[in-house]
Design a protein around this ligand. Sequence first.
Ligand code: AQP
Length: 328
Amino acid sequence: KLRVLSGIQPSGQLTLGNYIGAILNYVKLQHEHECFFMVVDLHAVTVPQDPAALREQSESVAALYLAAGIDPSHAAVFLQSHVPAHAELGWLMTTMAYMGELERMTQFKDKAEGKDAVGAGLFVYPALMAADILLYNANLVPVGDDQKQHLELTRDLAGRFNHRFGDTFVMPEPYIPKVGARIMSLDDGTKKMSKSNPNAGSYIALLDSPDEIRKKISRAKTDLGREIVFDPQNKPEISNLMTIYAQLSGQTLEQIQASYDGQGYGAFKKDLAEVAAGALEPLQRKYAEIRSSGEIGRILRDGAERANAVAEVTLRRVKESMGFLPPM
Ligand code: AQP
């Protein structure tokens, strides 16, 4: 059995990008491996968060994990801030990172672009992410394409630590979906779909109503021409919609291309809206049940307990290797 760890920031409404790029793989991996799926609330505060919204979204993300099919009797589901070792190892990993390598992170560059004041937390974010993964000695980290660079850095930091202080950390591997690793924004086929995009029309949220979904898909930008063909280079927008269709319907891109041969964008978009609304309907129903059941607290407590048990052992070993005296 391998160890699997991943997490999502409660920094907005989860989107189809988060679902297709990450959550679908969480669900797939949970039965074969020992899984830890957290809500990374400490990461969310690297950009300003309203406290009430953070509380609501943190619970909402945990409930969406469960609604999507994560079984808390298999996987530990917890909030990052409930496991203090994340913040502590995060600091230690920050001391292992170089300014230059953090400056090269494209997520930092994108999020800092055009801002007068950029929080230091945003800059050291990848060191905290490295700590998240290394605390559990995770072998596999299911993520979307945008997190590949952070994972490479995690490997560099782990290697640097092991070299200086002796073999301590396991080298994690990214686990990235073959189709759907980078779902693009509905209003711009060159930008990834993102839950913190201020334009709600740029993403489909997992909790959008069928009407909102229909409206957003009918307004989604499409490329010139009218053929439904998968060609991300020349037709990024229709290719993105086809990817979403494929991942939510279980059909292959070839099947979709064949069944819309000779038809225009209109018919395709109409069907896609129904595919998306239909795929999200059971998830939304389960979500409502879970939120009203009052079960979340117990599940998160249990998950944090399991996570703490593993994380504390790693943190103790790390501190010992670095030369920190144990409590006397
Ligand atoms: N557009 C996407 N396509 C595929 N996968 C995606 N992920 C995010 N966007 C897409 C994957 O979802 C997981 C959680 O991401 P995160 O919350 O840690 O932050 P992010 O990667 O920065 O995602 P967002 O939605 O864009 O959040 P904000 O707007 O808050 O920064 C990751 O595995 C990610 O790869």
